[in-house]
Design a protein around this ligand. Structure first.
Ligand SMILES: NC(=O)c1ccc[n+]([C@@H]2O[C@H](COP(=O)([O-])OP(=O)(O)OC[C@H]3O[C@@H](n4cnc5c(N)ncnc54)[C@H](OP(=O)(O)O)[C@@H]3O)[C@@H](O)[C@H]2O)c1
Length: 259
């Protein structure tokens, strides 16, 4: 019987080295293995939908919540929908410590508080995929209006709050939880990915594209999140008008977007 000791690296390249080591270890024992992805806010609409879609794609998911009991309940719900997937329940901090990639899916009004609470759990080299949208609904305003964020966007606020060396990209703003949470619903949508490092965006895209029907498009630097986040407000208005769950699809792009 082989065992694999999992410790949590703290240097910027350590997560990548650990990932390579895990891959080699898996190959050596001929067992499929991959690192879990932590979803913070997985008890909520978008986080749960992302978790079950990733689980369905064979990605182990560390379900994070502020309350362990809510994480357990969320795992039970997820297992009912995708019985063969790997879901584990954690406090948010433990979910973050268990995974090299963290998806943040909390309301904008709670984003800074959440990241402040996770500050000591996040390590240099980890990749944070931020899905936060600063809708005015966060302060009892209209969901079709955006809040001004001093840093420019929710993603830039996230970058400002994480410890040095944590890599931040933004994505998933235009995917509706309603369509994502129905595993039988065909998606055929684009995910607009922003970030300051092409390599970080490529890593996020490789994960997100495991979800059938999603294609990731590199939309430029993290500051472009101001625009991609605001598309959520537009889609909310369109979806209310047509009683639909429309997403975004860009046309006339090359076949291969991540070479
Ligand atoms: N819903 C969509 O279709 C959609 C689409 C694109 C983007 N987004 C964006 O994704 C983010 C999450 O959206 P959502 O609709 O999934 O939100 P939600 O259902 O209202 O909440 C997500 C989770 O955030 C956590 N949370 C952390 N701090 C909280 C606090 N102080 N009060 C309440 N909840 C708190 C909760 O998890 P615990 O209680 O378990 O900690 C909650 O389940 C938002 O920024 C939203 O704009 C949503």
């Amino acid at each position: 019987m082989f065992s694999c000791d999992i410790t949590y690296p703290s240097s910027p390249s350590a997560w990548r080295l650990r990932s390579i080591a895990r891959t080699l270890y898996s190959a050596a024992v001929s067992q499929p293995s991959s690192d879990p992805v932590a979803v913070i806010g997985a008890s909520g609409a978008l986080g749960f939908a992302v978790a079950i879609r990733l689980g369905r794609a064979g990605v182990p998911v560390a379900i994070g919540s502020r309350e362990f009991a809510r994480a357990v309940e969320t795992v039970e719900r997820a297992r009912q929908m995708v019985p063969d997937a790997s879901f584990t329940a954690h406090h948010n901090e433990d979910a973050v410590r268990a995974a090299p990639v963290v998806i943040l899916s909390v309301p904008f009004r709670n984003q800074s508080e959440t990241l402040a609470n996770l500050r000591h759990a996040l390590s240099p080299g980890q990749l944070l995929i931020d899905a936060t949208v600063p809708l005015a609904a966060a302060v009892s305003g209209k969901a079709t209006r955006m809040l001004g964020v001093w840093q420019g966007s929710a993603a830039q606020q996230a970058l400002e709050m994480v410890p040095d060396g944590v890599r931040v990209v933004s994505a998933l703003h235009t995917i509706s939880a309603a369509s994502l949470s129905d595993p039988e619903h065909p998606l055929e949508q684009d995910v607009l990915v922003c970030g300051d490092s092409r390599e970080d965006k490529r890593e996020a895209a490789a994960l997100i594209e495991k979800i059938e029907g999603l294609r990731c498009v590199d939309c430029g630097r993290l500051e472009m999140s101001r625009t991609t986040e605001s598309l959520t407000a537009l889609l909310i208005a369109v979806n209310a008008r047509y009683k639909a769950h429309a997403g975004v699809r860009l046309t006339n792009l090359p076949d291969s977007l991540w070479e």
